[in-house]
Design a protein around this ligand. Sequence first.
Ligand code: 1GP
Length: 236
Amino acid sequence: MNTPVIPIDSWRHVFKLDPDKEIGDEALDRICMSGSDAIAVGGSSGVTFENTVDLLARIRRYELPVVLEVSNLDAVVPGFDAYLIPMVLNTPNPDWIIGQHQRAIQQYGYMIPWDLLIPEGYIILNPDATAAKLTEADAGITTAETVAHAQVADKLMRLPIVYVEYSGMYGDMERVSKVKRSLSQAQLFYGGGIRTTEQARAAAAVAHTVVVGNIVYEDLDAAIATVEAVKAAPLN
Ligand code: 1GP
């Protein structure tokens, strides 16, 4: 069983920051002081070693944990508290499930900090998301198929995280709830399209951990308000 190096099981709210997007010092200060449980750094395009180092250094002035969601091997920067490793489950292309991982391990195995890796079973459900296009994910799967993918991650692969990813689009909370009820041990992350406190609250009712991304760059006040909404919401 994987026991993550940092206490992700206590995380209810996470901000995901994209190294390829500009964020001013004042905005970053508000994000890092918001009461959110952690910052995840990651993005689907334009993520480089340089912009990742730069963002990590700025977030490191604050106390909250900061993890890197690895999407590009050239941008793996040392110094994060942990590294989230997506394995996309709903793609027919094994490259995004294990292929890239196998090649990375063959090439860099001697320097990988294994204790810091946290694999995620990723299910991408917005066909228009960059990540869906990149990984050839079949975002048109049914709820039953989604639940079965989640159970592969939870019960066969025993992954510590199942991530229902609607990046850029608010998802079907009934489907997320069904995924949650199907899990035995994995922690359910939900991310995608959260713009209002109502959406944040609804996601927090059905997922252990709610990830808020794009709204940070569009409406900072609305982004900050999601923290309180998630923290106050009971998990059903
Ligand atoms: C993206 O799940 C996160 O990886 C959050 O999605 O950017 O749509 O909030 P949004």
